[in-house]
Structure formats: C-alpha cells, structure tokens
Design a protein around this ligand. Structure first.
Ligand code: ADP
Length: 484
C-alpha cells in the first residue's frame, strides 16, 4: 500500500468529520477500488429518509430564496474557499473511493470548486427583462425566479465535480437541493456537504441522501410534487427511466447521459498533437468519462503512422494505485465495470478485431484493466456502438470527409466529438455537421466551468456550467402591470 502516514492522517481527519448521523442504523460499505479494502460505512437511507430530506429542503426554501443574490454568493464563495483549502484531503478521499490518480483527483477538486466560484458570481446576474409595452397603461415584465426544491442524482466517475456542477447553480439561483450521490462514491459528497455547513449554508438547503440502492430514493424524488426539477448525470438507460418517472409531475429536467465520442484525425493533422489529445481524451480517469474518445477514426493516409505513435504513447502509461506517484491509469470502479469492458473486448476479438496492445485484465489483477488498442473494428461488434467506459481504444480508418461525418453521426448519442485538422474550411464544415453538443477542434480536453456542457440526441437535455447553466434552475415569470 503506497499511502503515506500523511495521506492516512488527512484521510482520517476528513472521514472523522463526515461520520454518518447517529440516527442511521443501516449502513453500507464503501471500498477502495484499487485494493478492495473497506474505507468507511455510510448511512443506507430509504424512502422515508428521502421524504424527510425533501421536507427539510422545502422548509428551507423560502428563506434561502429570499436572500439577496449577493448574500448567497458570499456563502458560496466561502464554500469554494473551504473546498480549495481542503483540496489535498478531498483529493486523497476521492482517489481512495474512486481510484483515479491523485494528480487527476487534485485537478478534479479544483475543477469542482471552479463551479462554485463561477455560479457564486453568475447568480448575481440572473437579470429579468422589461418588454416594450403592447398597450398604453400597461407594462410587461419578466422575472427569473428559482424553480424550487431540486433533486439531483450524480455518478461515481467525478464524485466532486458532478456534485458541485449541480449544487452550485441550484443554490446560486435560490433553490434548495436534495442530492443522492452514487453508491460507489458517497464520501466526497458527504465531505462537500460538511464543508458547505462550515461555510454557512443553512440546514435543509443542501440535503445528502446516501443509499446502497438508488431506485427507492429516486422514486421518491421523481414522484414528489415538492421537487420541481430533477438533474441527473449517469447512463442513458437510467436517464430514460427517470424521464418517464418525471412525467407524472411534469418536472423540469436536466439529463447528462452517455456518449459515444468520435475522435477524428484527418491526414493534414499535427499527428503528435493528435496523439497527445487522444491519450488525454481516451485514458483520463481510465477511460471512465462520458466525453472520452470512444471511436478513433483515422484517415487512411496517416493511419499506420498514427497507430504506431499512439501505441508507443499508450505503452508508456503506467497502471497502478492512484496513490502511487507516476500512476497514469488507476483501477476501474468495480468488478462489474471491469467485466463489462472485458466482455466488449472479447466480443470484438471473437469477431475479428486485432488487439495490438493489452486486451485483458492487467497483471495487478482486481479492477485493473490493461490499456488496450483494437484495430479492425467493424459495425458488427458491440464495441462499435457501446459506451466503453474503460481504457480501450478502437481504431477505425476512413477515406473521405463526408464518409467520416456520416459514420461519426451514426449513433443515438451526441455528447462530445473531437477532430484534428489544420484546414480552416474543413474545421468549419466538420464542426457544423457533427451532431454533438460539444466539439473539440485540435483539443482533447474541453471541459470548463465557463463553457456549456451537455449533449443532443440521447446524450441528454440541458446544459451545465457557463452562463447558460443557471437557466436550468430558474423559471421565467411574465408579469403584466395594467391600469397604469
Ligand atoms: P453508471 O453507469 O455511470 O453507474 P448509472 O446511471 O447506473 O450510471 O448511475 C448514475 C447514478 O444513477 C448513480 O447515482 C446511481 O445510483 C443512480 N441510479 C442507478 N440506477 C438507478 C435507477 N434505477 N433509478 C434512479 N437512479 C439510479
């Protein structure tokens, strides 16, 4: 075990602060995906706990919404500062419950904090409007008001970033929120909630409901008429279920779902930069992000050269416990995830794909999977359509621009797409024709709190981050004043 005493102390210190409430009798274990060791037990809450959390959030709403944006901003700003002051302790906790390399965890905590800072500022700019009147003696106004109590369900791949990306804009808009974090990674959410309390966020404004089973909690959130908005990040399968469940109460919805990102390398690309971008996009978080390159399309003329340089770069990535210095790829989140990735690789190989690197469990065993490159992937293989969510890179070749655009768009998903070219005309043509919510030209890393994150087609509804992200938590109210 590579943890130092300092790491352990930081971990213990933050874990001690987030011990689950004494009222919780049922607990479930949280384990380290790198070692299998149990790190902590947290409250295993049920439907009644969720109802109580909603009631507290509803009770806290009027006072929170009545605060001025500036007052809310000051508290959020304080939360942001506390997150950064605890960056290392949070990062250690993140790596231990999620597995990603510590350096990525440090980056994620900073990224997570950036949403709190951004929305603290943006909340002050939730301007209404005055419309030129349509009749004498009348005035037309538009107010923007908080939607009300928000329900949020977050995934395990970014245990800090996905939480702040929903909680910060909700709170900045004047909403209160009930958060159900992923069962694999509840600790960062609990730690963030503790820091929120320390920052002065009042009781009931941010409620965290941890549970080993998501369904009963989600059902209470979707059925409750008090919950006016649901914000979900996770799989397309669960997103569709939640969308259907929200129909009865006609909730406002934000869904950030799966992706099947094309990563296109044209023959005029800067190949070394494209390789660097591909490594960043494909292997960050061991390939477990919804914007990870899922299909590498390389134009025939440079396919061999790209494949050689890419393979050399992938071979240099070191796999290990995220706490170890130099680790580039940590474990996958759990045994089921590892089995799923391996199943996709086996299916592809059985149907004729060639494995030029990796192709199975890593020597470290457990949840570690060897970085893998597949060539000769064709549409008959499951991996051609599936969201891989692992360190596996399928390389496909193409001949023409029109062909690759058609193939890139031939998927129900539409989250992120990347392409590499130095031709300005092509840059515009391709960017405009790719049916995706986010496009990276000559960039493998596109996320920022300042930019709108989200997808089209079955990748979701709504945007997170940026000036647009606040709108998801605000309703427009048209206000006519007559008899003037
Ligand atoms: P992933 O494949 O990333 O684990 P999931 O969609 O399974 O994606 O999980 C994302 C979040 O959705 C987690 O918080 C998980 O607990 C929750 N979740 C899983 N199944 C359901 C369900 N049937 N209803 C509501 N939430 C669910």
């Amino acid at each position: 075990n590579a943890m130092t005493d300092i790491d352990r102390a930081k971990d213990a210190q933050i874990l001690a602060r987030i011990a689950p409430g004494p009222e919780a009798t049922d607990r479930f274990p949280v384990s380290n995906p790198a070692t299998g060791d149990q790190i902590a037990e947290v409250a295993d809450m049920g439907a009644e706990d969720a109802r109580q959390a909603i009631a507290r959030a509803a009770a806290a709403l009027p006072a929170w919404a009545a605060k001025t944006a500036r007052e809310r901003a000051a508290i959020l700003r304080h939360w942001h500062d506390l997150i950064l002051a605890n960056q290392e302790a949070l990062a250690v906790l993140l790596t231990r419950e999620q597995g990603k390399p510590l350096i990525e965890a440090m980056g994620e905590v900073a990224y997570g904090a950036s949403f709190v800072e951004w929305f603290a500022e943006e909340g002050k700019r939730a301007y209404g409007d005055i419309i030129p009147t349509n009749a004498a003696g009348r005035r037309l106004l538009v107010l923007r008001q908080p939607v009300g109590v928000v329900g949020a369900i977050t995934p395990w791949n970014f245990p800090v970033g996905m939480v702040t990306r929903k909680v910060a804009p909700a709170l900045a808009a004047g909403c209160t929120i009930v958060l159900k974090p992923a069962e694999d990674t509840p600790l960062c959410a609990l730690a963030l909630a503790q820091l929120a309390r320390d920052a002065g966020i009042p009781d009931g404004v941010l409620e965290v409901v941890t549970a080993a089973r998501a369904e009963p909690i989600a059902r209470v959130l979707t059925d409750s008429p008090d919950v006016r908005k649901l914000s979900f990040t996770g799989s397309t399968r669960v997103g569709k279920l939640l969308m259907a469940q929200c129909a009865d109460t006609v909730k406002k919805l934000s869904l950030e779902l799966g992706g099947n990102a094309p990563f296109i390398v044209f023959d005029d690309a800067d190949l070394d930069a494209a390789v660097t971008g591909a490594i960043q996009s494909k292997f960050r978080n061991a390939g477990q992000t919804c914007v990870c390159a899922n299909r590498l399309f390389v134009q025939a003329g440079v396919a061999e050269e790209f494949a050689a340089r890419f393979a050399a770069a992938v071979e240099a990535l070191s796999v290990g416990d995220g706490m170890e210095t130099g680790t580039a790829i940590g474990p996958l989140i759990n045994a089921a995830a590892t089995a799923k990735v391996d199943g996709l690789v086996r299916d592809a190989v059985s149907k004729g794909a060639r494995c030029t690197l990796g192709g199975g469990a890593h020597d470290l065993g457990g949840n570690f999977y060897a970085p893998t490159i597949l060539t000769g992937v064709d549409p008959s293989m499951e991996i051609a359509d599936a969201e891989i969510f692992g360190p596996v890179a399928p390389i496909l070749t193409f001949e023409t621009e029109d062909e690759v655009i058609a193939r890139a768009n031939d998927t129900p998903y539409g989250l992120a797409a990347y392409f590499w070219t130095r031709d300005l005309g092509r840059a515009w043509r391709v960017a405009e024709q790719l049916e995706y919510g986010m496009i990276g030209l000559n960039e493998g890393f596109i996320s920022s709190e300042a930019a709108p994150f989200g997808g089209v087609k079955e990748s979701g509804i709504g945007r997170e981050g940026s000036k647009y992200g606040l709108d998801e938590f605000l309703e427009l109210k048209y206000f006519t004043m007559g008899g003037l």
